[in-house]
Design a protein around this ligand. Sequence first.
Ligand SMILES: Cc1cc2nc3c(=O)[nH]c(=O)nc-3n(C[C@H](O)[C@H](O)[C@H](O)COP(=O)(O)OP(=O)(O)OC[C@H]3O[C@@H](n4cnc5c(N)ncnc54)[C@H](O)[C@@H]3O)c2cc1C
Length: 393
Amino acid sequence: MKDQGVLIVGGGLAGQRAAETLRRRGYEGPLRICGAEPVAPYDRPPLSKRVLAGEMADEDLAYRPRDWYRDHEVELVLGDRAAALDPVAHTLRCESGARHSYGRLLIATGGAARRLPFLAHPNVHVLRDLADARRLRRTLGPGVRLAIVGAGFIGQEVAATARGLGAEVTLIEALPTPLAPILGEEIGGWFADLHREEGVDVRLGAALAEARGGAEVEELLLADGGRVACDVVLVGIGTVPATDWLAEHGFAAGVPVDAAGRTPLPDVFAAGDAALAFDPAAGTHHRTEHWEAAAWQGAAVAKAMLGEESGTPPPASFWSDQYGLRVQCVGDPRGADGTRLDGDPAERDFEVLFTRAGVPVAGLAVGRPAAIRRFRKQIEGGVAIVEREELVI
Ligand SMILES: Cc1cc2nc3c(=O)[nH]c(=O)nc-3n(C[C@H](O)[C@H](O)[C@H](O)COP(=O)(O)OP(=O)(O)OC[C@H]3O[C@@H](n4cnc5c(N)ncnc54)[C@H](O)[C@@H]3O)c2cc1C
Protein backbone atom coordinates (compact mmCIF):
# COMPACT_ATOMS: atom_id res chain seq x y z
CA MET A 1 0.00 0.00 0.00
CA LYS A 2 1.24 3.51 -0.80
CA ASP A 3 2.66 5.37 2.22
CA GLN A 4 0.36 8.36 2.81
CA GLY A 5 3.18 9.93 4.77
CA VAL A 6 3.59 11.74 8.03
CA LEU A 7 1.90 15.10 8.49
CA ILE A 8 3.10 17.32 11.33
CA VAL A 9 0.70 20.09 12.35
CA GLY A 10 2.57 22.93 14.04
CA GLY A 11 6.05 24.05 13.06
CA GLY A 12 7.56 24.46 16.51
CA LEU A 13 10.01 22.53 18.66
CA ALA A 14 8.10 19.25 19.01
CA GLY A 15 7.26 19.17 15.29
CA GLN A 16 10.84 19.92 14.27
CA ARG A 17 12.25 17.27 16.61
CA ALA A 18 9.81 14.70 15.27
CA ALA A 19 10.78 15.47 11.65
CA GLU A 20 14.49 15.31 12.42
CA THR A 21 14.16 12.06 14.34
CA LEU A 22 12.11 10.43 11.59
CA ARG A 23 14.69 11.26 8.95
CA ARG A 24 17.68 10.43 11.16
CA ARG A 25 16.21 7.00 11.96
CA GLY A 26 15.66 6.15 8.33
CA TYR A 27 12.08 7.13 7.50
CA GLU A 28 12.00 7.79 3.76
CA GLY A 29 8.29 8.43 3.14
CA PRO A 30 6.55 11.75 2.52
CA LEU A 31 7.01 14.22 5.39
CA ARG A 32 5.23 17.55 5.63
CA ILE A 33 5.06 20.23 8.31
CA CYS A 34 2.03 22.57 8.25
CA GLY A 35 2.55 25.65 10.41
CA ALA A 36 0.41 28.70 11.12
CA GLU A 37 3.36 31.09 11.29
CA PRO A 38 4.91 32.38 8.06
CA VAL A 39 8.43 31.38 9.19
CA ALA A 40 10.27 28.04 9.37
CA PRO A 41 10.49 26.34 12.81
CA TYR A 42 12.48 28.40 15.32
CA ASP A 43 13.47 28.43 18.95
CA ARG A 44 11.11 30.28 21.30
CA PRO A 45 13.06 30.78 24.60
CA PRO A 46 15.25 33.66 23.27
CA LEU A 47 12.09 35.65 22.46
CA SER A 48 11.82 36.90 26.04
CA LYS A 49 15.58 37.17 26.47
CA ARG A 50 18.21 37.97 23.82
CA VAL A 51 15.82 38.62 20.93
CA LEU A 52 13.76 41.05 23.00
CA ALA A 53 16.99 42.68 24.18
CA GLY A 54 18.07 43.15 20.55
CA GLU A 55 21.16 40.99 21.16
CA MET A 56 20.18 38.19 18.81
CA ALA A 57 18.99 38.50 15.22
CA ASP A 58 15.60 37.00 14.37
CA GLU A 59 17.21 34.91 11.60
CA ASP A 60 19.48 33.17 14.13
CA LEU A 61 16.44 31.62 15.85
CA ALA A 62 15.77 29.10 13.07
CA TYR A 63 16.46 25.49 14.10
CA ARG A 64 17.78 24.69 10.61
CA PRO A 65 18.67 26.65 7.48
CA ARG A 66 16.09 26.44 4.67
CA ASP A 67 18.42 24.08 2.71
CA TRP A 68 18.02 21.48 5.42
CA TYR A 69 14.33 21.04 4.59
CA ARG A 70 15.10 20.66 0.89
CA ASP A 71 18.01 18.24 1.52
CA HIS A 72 15.92 16.09 3.89
CA GLU A 73 12.78 16.27 1.77
CA VAL A 74 10.70 17.84 4.51
CA GLU A 75 7.99 19.92 2.89
CA LEU A 76 7.12 23.14 4.72
CA VAL A 77 3.61 24.53 4.29
CA LEU A 78 3.74 27.82 6.18
CA GLY A 79 1.27 30.57 7.05
CA ASP A 80 -1.77 28.31 6.95
CA ARG A 81 -3.53 27.38 10.19
CA ALA A 82 -5.04 23.94 10.67
CA ALA A 83 -8.82 24.28 11.00
CA ALA A 84 -10.30 20.77 11.15
CA LEU A 85 -9.28 17.15 11.38
CA ASP A 86 -11.17 14.24 9.83
CA PRO A 87 -9.66 11.17 11.50
CA VAL A 88 -11.80 8.74 9.49
CA ALA A 89 -10.83 10.11 6.07
CA HIS A 90 -7.30 10.83 7.41
CA THR A 91 -7.37 14.43 6.18
CA LEU A 92 -6.53 17.81 7.65
CA ARG A 93 -8.21 20.99 6.44
CA CYS A 94 -6.43 24.33 6.81
CA GLU A 95 -7.93 27.82 6.99
CA SER A 96 -7.00 28.47 3.34
CA GLY A 97 -9.25 25.55 2.39
CA ALA A 98 -6.26 23.34 1.48
CA ARG A 99 -6.69 19.68 2.42
CA HIS A 100 -3.81 17.38 3.31
CA SER A 101 -4.15 13.64 3.58
CA TYR A 102 -1.94 11.67 5.93
CA GLY A 103 -0.98 8.18 6.96
CA ARG A 104 0.01 9.34 10.44
CA LEU A 105 -0.50 12.76 11.98
CA LEU A 106 1.34 14.59 14.76
CA ILE A 107 -0.49 17.38 16.58
CA ALA A 108 2.24 19.79 17.71
CA THR A 109 0.44 23.12 17.75
CA GLY A 110 1.88 24.20 21.12
CA GLY A 111 0.21 26.78 23.34
CA ALA A 112 -1.42 30.16 22.90
CA ALA A 113 -1.01 33.05 25.33
CA ARG A 114 -3.94 33.53 27.71
CA ARG A 115 -5.48 36.98 27.40
CA LEU A 116 -7.69 39.18 29.55
CA PRO A 117 -10.86 40.28 27.71
CA PHE A 118 -10.82 43.81 29.18
CA LEU A 119 -7.21 44.33 28.02
CA ALA A 120 -7.51 44.32 24.22
CA HIS A 121 -5.94 47.73 23.55
CA PRO A 122 -3.20 48.30 20.94
CA ASN A 123 -0.56 48.90 23.66
CA VAL A 124 -1.35 45.58 25.39
CA HIS A 125 0.94 42.70 24.39
CA VAL A 126 1.39 38.98 24.90
CA LEU A 127 4.58 37.05 24.09
CA ARG A 128 4.30 33.69 22.40
CA ASP A 129 5.79 34.05 18.94
CA LEU A 130 8.29 36.02 16.92
CA ALA A 131 5.67 38.51 15.71
CA ASP A 132 4.75 39.22 19.37
CA ALA A 133 8.43 39.72 20.26
CA ARG A 134 8.98 42.12 17.36
CA ARG A 135 5.92 44.17 18.33
CA LEU A 136 6.93 44.34 22.00
CA ARG A 137 10.59 45.11 21.19
CA ARG A 138 9.57 48.20 19.19
CA THR A 139 7.88 49.69 22.27
CA LEU A 140 10.63 49.18 24.88
CA GLY A 141 13.40 51.64 25.69
CA PRO A 142 14.73 54.00 28.35
CA GLY A 143 12.02 55.51 30.52
CA VAL A 144 9.15 53.56 28.97
CA ARG A 145 6.72 52.54 31.69
CA LEU A 146 5.99 48.84 31.27
CA ALA A 147 3.33 47.13 33.39
CA ILE A 148 3.57 43.35 33.41
CA VAL A 149 0.52 41.39 34.51
CA GLY A 150 1.66 38.02 35.88
CA ALA A 151 4.99 37.19 37.54
CA GLY A 152 5.47 33.74 36.04
CA PHE A 153 8.65 33.01 34.11
CA ILE A 154 7.64 34.92 30.96
CA GLY A 155 6.64 37.99 32.99
CA GLN A 156 9.84 37.82 35.04
CA GLU A 157 12.10 37.37 32.02
CA VAL A 158 10.49 40.28 30.21
CA ALA A 159 10.86 42.38 33.39
CA ALA A 160 14.59 41.57 33.48
CA THR A 161 15.10 42.26 29.76
CA ALA A 162 13.09 45.49 29.89
CA ARG A 163 15.13 46.73 32.88
CA GLY A 164 18.25 46.05 30.81
CA LEU A 165 16.78 48.31 28.14
CA GLY A 166 16.17 51.08 30.69
CA ALA A 167 12.39 50.69 31.02
CA GLU A 168 10.53 51.44 34.27
CA VAL A 169 8.90 48.13 35.14
CA THR A 170 5.99 47.24 37.42
CA LEU A 171 5.32 43.55 37.97
CA ILE A 172 1.76 42.81 39.06
CA GLU A 173 1.06 39.38 40.55
CA ALA A 174 -2.21 38.10 41.97
CA LEU A 175 -0.51 35.58 44.29
CA PRO A 176 1.07 36.75 47.55
CA THR A 177 4.32 35.14 46.35
CA PRO A 178 5.33 34.59 42.73
CA LEU A 179 5.79 30.96 41.62
CA ALA A 180 4.86 29.71 45.12
CA PRO A 181 2.59 26.88 43.86
CA ILE A 182 5.57 25.43 41.97
CA LEU A 183 8.66 26.39 43.93
CA GLY A 184 7.29 27.22 47.39
CA GLU A 185 7.13 30.43 49.40
CA GLU A 186 10.85 30.81 50.11
CA ILE A 187 12.09 30.44 46.56
CA GLY A 188 9.17 32.47 45.22
CA GLY A 189 10.06 35.20 47.71
CA TRP A 190 13.65 35.11 46.51
CA PHE A 191 12.47 35.84 42.96
CA ALA A 192 10.37 38.80 44.17
CA ASP A 193 13.42 40.20 46.00
CA LEU A 194 15.62 39.68 42.94
CA HIS A 195 13.37 41.91 40.86
CA ARG A 196 13.08 44.53 43.61
CA GLU A 197 16.88 44.68 43.87
CA GLU A 198 16.97 45.35 40.13
CA GLY A 199 14.59 48.29 40.45
CA VAL A 200 11.31 46.61 39.52
CA ASP A 201 8.19 47.78 41.37
CA VAL A 202 6.79 44.40 42.47
CA ARG A 203 3.12 44.39 43.52
CA LEU A 204 2.06 41.11 45.10
CA GLY A 205 -1.41 39.85 46.03
CA ALA A 206 -2.58 42.43 43.51
CA ALA A 207 -5.77 41.74 41.58
CA LEU A 208 -6.46 43.83 38.49
CA ALA A 209 -9.73 45.74 38.77
CA GLU A 210 -9.85 48.03 35.76
CA ALA A 211 -7.93 49.51 32.85
CA ARG A 212 -8.19 53.29 32.36
CA GLY A 213 -7.32 55.46 29.40
CA GLY A 214 -8.60 56.17 25.92
CA ALA A 215 -7.73 54.07 22.90
CA GLU A 216 -4.66 52.89 24.84
CA VAL A 217 -4.31 51.75 28.45
CA GLU A 218 -2.80 54.59 30.51
CA GLU A 219 -3.38 53.25 34.00
CA LEU A 220 -4.19 49.94 35.65
CA LEU A 221 -6.29 50.03 38.79
CA LEU A 222 -5.76 47.30 41.38
CA ALA A 223 -8.47 45.88 43.65
CA ASP A 224 -6.64 47.20 46.73
CA GLY A 225 -6.82 50.75 45.36
CA GLY A 226 -3.28 50.72 43.96
CA ARG A 227 -2.60 52.37 40.59
CA VAL A 228 -0.02 51.62 37.94
CA ALA A 229 0.58 54.28 35.28
CA CYS A 230 1.87 52.71 32.07
CA ASP A 231 2.80 53.23 28.43
CA VAL A 232 2.90 49.52 27.56
CA VAL A 233 1.27 46.45 29.13
CA LEU A 234 2.41 42.83 28.84
CA VAL A 235 -0.06 40.14 29.88
CA GLY A 236 1.91 37.07 30.98
CA ILE A 237 -0.68 34.89 32.70
CA GLY A 238 0.15 31.54 31.17
CA THR A 239 -0.97 29.66 28.12
CA VAL A 240 -3.82 27.50 26.91
CA PRO A 241 -3.24 24.58 24.54
CA ALA A 242 -3.56 25.70 20.89
CA THR A 243 -6.08 22.96 20.23
CA ASP A 244 -9.33 24.92 19.82
CA TRP A 245 -9.46 23.61 16.24
CA LEU A 246 -9.84 20.10 17.73
CA ALA A 247 -12.82 20.94 19.97
CA GLU A 248 -15.17 18.60 18.08
CA HIS A 249 -12.90 15.70 19.10
CA GLY A 250 -12.99 16.73 22.78
CA PHE A 251 -9.42 18.11 22.72
CA ALA A 252 -10.07 21.83 23.33
CA ALA A 253 -8.21 21.62 26.65
CA GLY A 254 -5.29 19.64 25.23
CA VAL A 255 -4.76 16.25 23.62
CA PRO A 256 -4.37 13.29 26.01
CA VAL A 257 -1.55 10.94 25.06
CA ASP A 258 0.14 7.80 26.34
CA ALA A 259 3.89 7.61 27.02
CA ALA A 260 4.60 7.22 23.29
CA GLY A 261 2.42 10.20 22.35
CA ARG A 262 -0.52 8.16 20.96
CA THR A 263 -3.92 9.85 21.19
CA PRO A 264 -7.26 8.00 21.34
CA LEU A 265 -7.68 8.68 17.58
CA PRO A 266 -6.18 6.12 15.17
CA ASP A 267 -2.84 7.14 13.62
CA VAL A 268 -2.93 10.47 15.45
CA PHE A 269 -0.17 11.45 17.88
CA ALA A 270 0.47 14.59 19.91
CA ALA A 271 3.53 16.14 21.55
CA GLY A 272 4.71 19.32 23.26
CA ASP A 273 2.63 22.08 24.82
CA ALA A 274 -0.53 20.93 23.00
CA ALA A 275 -0.37 17.47 24.59
CA LEU A 276 -1.57 16.24 27.96
CA ALA A 277 1.23 13.85 28.84
CA PHE A 278 0.53 10.89 31.10
CA ASP A 279 2.22 11.08 34.48
CA PRO A 280 2.46 7.49 35.79
CA ALA A 281 3.40 8.66 39.31
CA ALA A 282 0.29 10.84 39.65
CA GLY A 283 -1.90 8.65 37.42
CA THR A 284 -3.13 11.77 35.60
CA HIS A 285 -2.56 13.66 32.36
CA HIS A 286 -1.05 17.14 32.41
CA ARG A 287 0.70 19.65 30.16
CA THR A 288 4.46 19.98 30.56
CA GLU A 289 4.96 23.40 28.87
CA HIS A 290 8.76 23.35 28.86
CA TRP A 291 11.39 23.10 26.16
CA GLU A 292 13.03 19.82 27.13
CA ALA A 293 9.73 17.97 27.47
CA ALA A 294 8.53 19.17 24.05
CA ALA A 295 11.82 18.11 22.45
CA TRP A 296 11.73 14.69 24.11
CA GLN A 297 8.07 14.10 23.25
CA GLY A 298 8.60 15.06 19.59
CA ALA A 299 11.41 12.52 19.29
CA ALA A 300 9.39 9.90 21.22
CA VAL A 301 6.48 10.20 18.79
CA ALA A 302 8.81 9.77 15.82
CA LYS A 303 10.17 6.57 17.35
CA ALA A 304 6.66 5.30 18.09
CA MET A 305 5.68 5.97 14.46
CA LEU A 306 8.64 3.83 13.40
CA GLY A 307 7.60 1.04 15.75
CA GLU A 308 10.52 1.68 18.11
CA GLU A 309 10.47 2.00 21.89
CA SER A 310 10.13 5.61 23.02
CA GLY A 311 11.89 5.04 26.35
CA THR A 312 11.08 6.56 29.71
CA PRO A 313 10.54 10.34 29.84
CA PRO A 314 13.31 12.13 31.74
CA PRO A 315 12.33 14.09 34.86
CA ALA A 316 10.66 17.43 34.10
CA SER A 317 13.09 20.31 33.76
CA PHE A 318 13.24 23.95 32.75
CA TRP A 319 15.54 26.93 32.86
CA SER A 320 15.12 30.68 32.98
CA ASP A 321 17.60 33.51 32.34
CA GLN A 322 17.18 36.75 34.26
CA TYR A 323 19.67 39.58 34.93
CA GLY A 324 22.52 37.46 33.60
CA LEU A 325 21.65 34.61 35.99
CA ARG A 326 20.72 31.14 34.89
CA VAL A 327 18.04 29.45 36.99
CA GLN A 328 17.56 25.73 36.37
CA CYS A 329 15.12 23.25 37.83
CA VAL A 330 14.82 19.51 37.44
CA GLY A 331 12.09 17.27 38.83
CA ASP A 332 8.79 18.33 40.35
CA PRO A 333 9.11 20.39 43.54
CA ARG A 334 5.34 20.35 44.16
CA GLY A 335 4.53 18.07 47.02
CA ALA A 336 8.04 18.19 48.51
CA ASP A 337 8.05 18.14 52.31
CA GLY A 338 11.68 19.07 52.86
CA THR A 339 14.41 21.22 51.36
CA ARG A 340 18.20 21.42 51.69
CA LEU A 341 19.91 24.64 50.78
CA ASP A 342 23.54 25.04 49.81
CA GLY A 343 25.10 28.41 48.97
CA ASP A 344 24.01 31.98 49.52
CA PRO A 345 20.74 33.27 48.01
CA ALA A 346 21.76 36.86 48.83
CA GLU A 347 24.79 36.36 46.57
CA ARG A 348 22.62 34.80 43.83
CA ASP A 349 24.64 31.60 44.07
CA PHE A 350 22.77 28.68 45.59
CA GLU A 351 21.07 25.34 45.08
CA VAL A 352 18.09 23.72 46.73
CA LEU A 353 17.29 20.03 46.85
CA PHE A 354 13.59 19.28 47.35
CA THR A 355 12.76 16.00 49.09
CA ARG A 356 9.65 14.01 49.90
CA ALA A 357 9.94 11.60 52.83
CA GLY A 358 13.70 12.05 52.46
CA VAL A 359 13.74 11.07 48.78
CA PRO A 360 15.01 13.71 46.30
CA VAL A 361 12.16 14.83 44.01
CA ALA A 362 13.53 18.06 42.51
CA GLY A 363 16.47 20.42 42.50
CA LEU A 364 16.79 24.11 41.72
CA ALA A 365 20.10 25.80 40.98
CA VAL A 366 20.90 29.45 40.54
CA GLY A 367 24.18 30.04 38.73
CA ARG A 368 25.30 26.44 39.28
CA PRO A 369 24.97 24.34 36.11
CA ALA A 370 26.89 21.39 37.59
CA ALA A 371 24.31 21.03 40.37
CA ILE A 372 21.59 20.18 37.89
CA ARG A 373 23.45 17.15 36.56
CA ARG A 374 23.90 15.94 40.13
CA PHE A 375 20.24 16.57 41.00
CA ARG A 376 19.13 14.70 37.90
CA LYS A 377 21.10 11.63 39.01
CA GLN A 378 19.75 11.86 42.54
CA ILE A 379 16.15 12.13 41.35
CA GLU A 380 16.48 9.29 38.88
CA GLY A 381 18.23 7.21 41.54
CA GLY A 382 15.38 7.92 43.96
CA VAL A 383 17.53 7.07 46.98
CA ALA A 384 16.55 8.58 50.31
CA ILE A 385 19.05 10.94 51.92
CA VAL A 386 19.63 10.77 55.62
CA GLU A 387 19.56 14.24 57.13
CA ARG A 388 16.92 16.76 56.32
CA GLU A 389 16.97 20.46 56.96
CA GLU A 390 14.39 23.10 56.36
CA LEU A 391 15.28 25.84 53.91
CA VAL A 392 15.80 29.25 55.45
CA ILE A 393 16.53 32.20 53.20
C1 LIG B 1 8.83 33.62 25.11
C2 LIG B 1 9.04 32.20 25.57
C3 LIG B 1 10.16 31.88 26.34
C4 LIG B 1 10.35 30.57 26.78
N1 LIG B 1 11.44 30.28 27.54
C5 LIG B 1 11.63 29.03 27.99
C6 LIG B 1 12.76 28.71 28.81
O1 LIG B 1 13.59 29.58 29.11
N2 LIG B 1 12.91 27.43 29.24
C7 LIG B 1 12.00 26.44 28.92
O2 LIG B 1 12.18 25.29 29.37
N3 LIG B 1 10.93 26.70 28.13
C8 LIG B 1 10.73 27.96 27.67
N4 LIG B 1 9.64 28.26 26.88
C9 LIG B 1 8.69 27.16 26.55
C10 LIG B 1 9.10 26.41 25.30
O3 LIG B 1 9.55 27.28 24.29
C11 LIG B 1 7.91 25.61 24.83
O4 LIG B 1 7.62 24.65 25.84
C12 LIG B 1 8.13 24.90 23.50
O5 LIG B 1 8.37 25.82 22.47
C13 LIG B 1 6.93 24.03 23.15
O6 LIG B 1 7.13 23.46 21.90
P1 LIG B 1 5.88 23.03 21.00
O7 LIG B 1 6.47 22.50 19.75
O8 LIG B 1 4.94 22.22 21.77
O9 LIG B 1 5.11 24.40 20.69
P2 LIG B 1 5.60 25.70 19.95
O10 LIG B 1 7.08 25.83 20.00
O11 LIG B 1 4.77 26.80 20.51
O12 LIG B 1 5.19 25.45 18.42
C14 LIG B 1 3.85 25.32 18.03
C15 LIG B 1 3.71 25.86 16.63
O13 LIG B 1 2.42 25.50 16.15
C16 LIG B 1 1.84 26.62 15.49
N5 LIG B 1 0.37 26.48 15.51
C17 LIG B 1 -0.50 26.81 16.50
N6 LIG B 1 -1.77 26.52 16.12
C18 LIG B 1 -1.69 26.02 14.88
C19 LIG B 1 -2.65 25.53 13.96
N7 LIG B 1 -3.98 25.49 14.24
N8 LIG B 1 -2.22 25.09 12.74
C20 LIG B 1 -0.90 25.10 12.42
N9 LIG B 1 0.05 25.55 13.26
C21 LIG B 1 -0.33 25.99 14.48
C22 LIG B 1 2.35 27.80 16.29
O14 LIG B 1 2.23 28.98 15.54
C23 LIG B 1 3.79 27.37 16.55
O15 LIG B 1 4.61 27.76 15.48
C24 LIG B 1 9.42 29.56 26.42
C25 LIG B 1 8.29 29.88 25.64
C26 LIG B 1 8.10 31.19 25.21
C27 LIG B 1 6.88 31.53 24.37
